[in-house]
Design a protein around this ligand. Structure first.
Ligand code: PLP
Length: 355
């Protein structure tokens, strides 16, 4: 509980006038939708970069006069929290993080159903997926999986730049590789799904077993790319936009699209079942699907994930989605709770990551 409180970012901008309006609306509320006056509170579980969580919740809060607070954590960790709290939900809405754990939450009956009218602005390539799963989740951005390198560290190691996932098995990278633990991180899970999709299970888990010999640490989040910038590790596997950001800040970091194929995942947003502030949660889902909200990460938070709203402009620093040859990822399969449990057990069996 203390942990929860200490993580809260609270916006307490409440006006007396709005309180009066609320009181008035309370009487009318049974007859009319209160969205136009949306007031009250909203608690957001947030699985994007901290600054993006801040900017998006602040803007939403100001725009709709909703007291909004957020708690940030990696995608798998938030899934665990929502599950643990299912009898007494502590948050209303889950913003960002990778799609698969949101789908696993839906699969376990942990989400509330809401199909936002703004879903019609999602890129048409995801129409089928939204038809199948859009009752519980909305897609809000896209990220491609890449290899990140620290060029200075590689020079010190006397190594050439790895171009392929298989290159990471080279003994020159002993204790030099970092990727995120797929049990807690959506990025780590996306690495797993990419290889299973590309190679099939046997080859993929054999690869993870071999790669374990070179791994120095399993990060808690794909956003732990600062370890690459400082040269604590020479190689990392995460999403391209994180490497663009590190490079932009002046780090000797470069992102490489792996030769075997470009895996990817989508960012998602969903409402938690039992949300106490359901109307505001719906309003927030509409908001994060909008062009305006999807440009906030790159305009205000130096975060270059690709928007999926057809009207939203991507950052000039982001990859051109029409030029990316992404492999097909079976999100329905990897979003299944049973299947993810099975795959994560196999990953753990292959890596014995806790030892
Ligand atoms: N959302 C965004 C925008 C990200 O950049 C990342 C990771 O880089 C994630 C979600 C996934 O985060 P995690 O690996 O902490 O689940």
């Amino acid at each position: 509980k203390n942990h929860f409180k200490s993580n809260l970012f609270t916006l307490t901008k409440k006006h007396k006038t709005s309180l009066k309006i609320t009181a008035l609306c309370g009487i009318l509320g049974t007859l009319f939708s209160l969205n136009a006056f949306a007031d009250g509170k909203l608690t957001v579980y947030c699985s994007v970069q901290n600054t993006t969580c801040e900017k998006v919740t602040q803007t939403f809060s100001k725009k709709y006069n909703v007291e909004t607070q957020f708690v940030r954590n990696s995608t798998g960790t938030i899934l665990g929290k929502i599950k643990a709290e299912h009898n007494n939900p502590q948050a209303d809405v889950w913003y960002g993080g990778t799609l698969e754990p949101h789908l696993q939450a839906a699969d376990q009956g942990l989400l509330a159903s809401y199909r936002s009218p703004l879903q019609k602005e999602i890129m048409p390539r995801f129409n089928q997926l939204m038809q199948q799963r859009g009752d519980f989740i909305s897609i809000i951005y896209l990220m491609e999986l890449s290899i990140g390198i620290n060029t200075e560290k590689l020079a010190k190691l006397g190594s050439t730049e790895p171009q392929c996932f298989n290159d990471l098995l080279d003994p020159v990278f002993k204790d030099q590789v970092q990727y995120a633990d797929p049990r807690v991180s959506g990025t780590g899970y996306s690495f797993l799904t990419t290889l299973v999709q590309l190679w099939g299970e046997e080859k993929a888990f054999d690869y993870f077993k071999k790669l374990h010999g070179n791994v120095s640490q399993y990060a808690k989040s794909g956003l732990a790319t600062a370890n690459l910038s400082t040269g604590e590790v020479a190689v990392d596997v995460s999403f391209m936009h994180s490497y663009v950001r590190e490079k932009d800040k002046g780090a000797p970091v470069k992102g490489i699209l792996p030769c075997e194929g470009i895996g990817y995942t989508l960012g998602a947003a969903s409402i938690i079942k039992g949300a106490r502030n359901l109307d505001n949660a719906k309003l927030f889902i509409d908001y994060v699907l909008s062009k305006e909200a999807q440009e906030i990460p790159w305009r205000e938070a130096d975060s270059y994930q690709l928007p999926t709203n057809i009207y939203a402009q991507p950052s000039p620093k982001a990859s051109d989605p029409t030029k990316l040859k992404l492999i097909d990822i079976d999100f329905i399969r990897f979003g299944s709770n049973e299947e993810s449990k099975r795959l994560l057990e196999k990953w753990f069996e292959a890596t014995k990551a806790d030892n």
